[in-house]
Design a protein around this ligand. Sequence first.
Ligand SMILES: *Cc1c(COP(=O)(O)O)cnc(C)c1O
Length: 407
Amino acid sequence: MSQLLAIDGGEKSVKRNFPWPIFDEQEVQVVSEVISSGKWGNPDCGDEVEKFEKEFAAFCGSKYAVSCVNGSVSLRLALIACGVKPGDEVIVPPYTFIATASTVIECNCVPVFVDIHPDTYNLDPAKIEAAITSRTKAIIPVHFGGLACDMDAILDIAKRHNLRVIEDAAHAHGAEYKGKKLGSIGDAGSFSFQSSKNLTAGEGGIVVTDDDDLYAIMNSLRNVGRIEGGQWYDHYNPGCNYRITQMQAVLLSQQLKRLPSQTEKRNKNGLYLTELFENIEGILPLVRSEEITMHCYHIYIFKYDASKFGDIPKDKFVEMLAAEGVPCFKGYPHPLYKQPLFQNKNFMCYAIPETVDYTDVICPVAEAACTTEAVWILQNGMLGEREDMEGFVDAVLKIQRAVVLKI
Ligand SMILES: *Cc1c(COP(=O)(O)O)cnc(C)c1O
């Protein structure tokens, strides 16, 4: 009887909850201090935002960091600072959150989708060059789930074609490639602090760079076009008010102190989980190469093979797994180019050439990831204990036994 699946009313394999966000009295105190000070805004009344930016830049090993309202705006700031012009093309993966591509549209540019690699679900460098044209200006590699892209290959292509590289590191706070923090490798690196992300203040974003010029432009764009040393009502660039509050800044500073140990824990758990999954037929974790010196497992992803699970579709399997108490999700329903935004070309801007058409775009690897393969275990689950990783595997085995052997 203990093998009755939780979805059918049986006992759960994993009984504990995995809370997120994680905080204690310290967070309450620092935010409360800002509230009491009455200095809530930025930049006119306090320096908590600047302090956090310095901390985050140092954490990444970057020269500068520019905070802003979210991880979509940070991408947009980076794109504009990189000098994209209306009608320019930007290479993006199709297996990512909409912001990676929609911010390109917001800049009046054309996202060009290049398929992901089946081992990593990251942009496949071998497919990038075929997509480059005379209009291509930038590549946005997404370190999906916190797994580093093949940055050497991407930077090499970018160099040969004179393209800018903007890392979308929204999933990748604290993760590394060859010992370097993700976000600090390309021309600019964009992060999100939205609620689900590994470092959060509910909302927020930041972009890091080593480039003096990019920094100056991004710093101005997020602050209504003001410049350093300029007068309050002098505006030099076409920016908006994209500033964060002092409350967000102190909360982020506090959360940043927790990030290294949390990242270590997720990394360790991820390695262990992969080891445990090795013996299960039909479960294939994404491949983590030697270059990945730190994975932050914003999402732990494995490929599900329904043929080893009595042909139950992925969505049903994920429902069963969630019922067992595993914090999991089926992921994106389809690659980005299938979204109505692209299929219907609801771009609401007139600089994108009429010839642009997404109705015949097909990226087979991304399609398979969305429809049949990809199962996500979420970062809060990856903050569990070693026994919890064993519990996740027990849950998978329990489902497999129930649907294959019917016991
Ligand atoms: C969350 C996310 C963003 C955007 O972040 P917001 O803060 O929600 O605007 C960008 N790219 C990816 C891959 C994301 O997951």
